[in-house]
Design a protein around this ligand. Structure first.
Ligand SMILES: [Fe+2]
Ligand SMILES: [Fe+2]
Length: 194
């Protein structure tokens, strides 16, 4: 367990790659049915839980501090994230093969994609301009911790303890990712602290 090797990937590249994974998973859900659709939807919820929580704990606070007019920008993003959470709570109660699911899922997809685009254009690019490369890379490592504590893919058959932690309703996933993320990142010089 040596010191993590620097990959040189900054937090913006990392999160933009996750946006691409999110888009792919939306397409997989849309193109599946039955158990495959349910499984893809579970993977999507896990990835969204990890991704949005990492943004809320690490990226948005940094943007508030470092980006001109950061509060206005971040408040708009948080409204969008909350809207997505409401739709997810509704989706969790629906049968994935019902027309009601598809209708709400289309709304979620549209909202999440608009949100991701707004982050990339208005928030990430300005954060990249405002911070030093070393800071951006350190933030990426903090965000990456969320992936480690909350695997985004289920392990068929042998669910690990950490995978089980991120099962259940989306709201519970968020709480658990947040606890894991803030606990661990607190040990690492409290990078997201105010
Ligand atoms: Fe977000
Ligand atoms: Fe995002």
């Amino acid at each position: 367990m040596a010191t993590p090797i620097s990959t040189g990937i900054d937090v913006v590249t990392f999160l933009e790659e996750q946006h691409e994974q999110i888009k792919l998973l939306f397409n997989v859900v849309n193109g599946s049915e039955g158990k495959a659709k349910q499984d893809a939807f579970t993977s999507l919820r896990r990835l969204l839980a990890v991704h949005e929580t990492a943004e809320e704990e690490i990226i948005h606070p940094a943007a508030r501090r470092a980006v001109p007019d950061g509060d206005t920008l971040v408040d708009a993003r948080l409204l969008e994230e909350n809207e997505a959470k409401k739709i997810l709570a509704k989706l969790e109660k629906l049968d994935v093969d019902s027309p009601e699911f598809d209708e709400a899922f289309t709304l979620l997809q549209r909202g999440v994609l608009v949100h991701a685009q707004a982050e990339e254009r208005e928030e990430f690019s300005r954060l990249e301009a405002a911070l030093e490369p070393a800071q951006l890379e350190r933030m990426r490592r903090a965000v990456e911790l969320a992936e480690k504590v909350a695997p985004t893919r289920p392990h068929p058959g042998v669910e690990s303890a950490t995978a089980n932690v991120i099962a259940g309703p989306f709201a519970a996933m968020l709480d658990r990712v947040r606890d894991a993320l803030t606990g661990k990142s607190g040990e690492r010089e409290g990078s997201a602290a105010e």
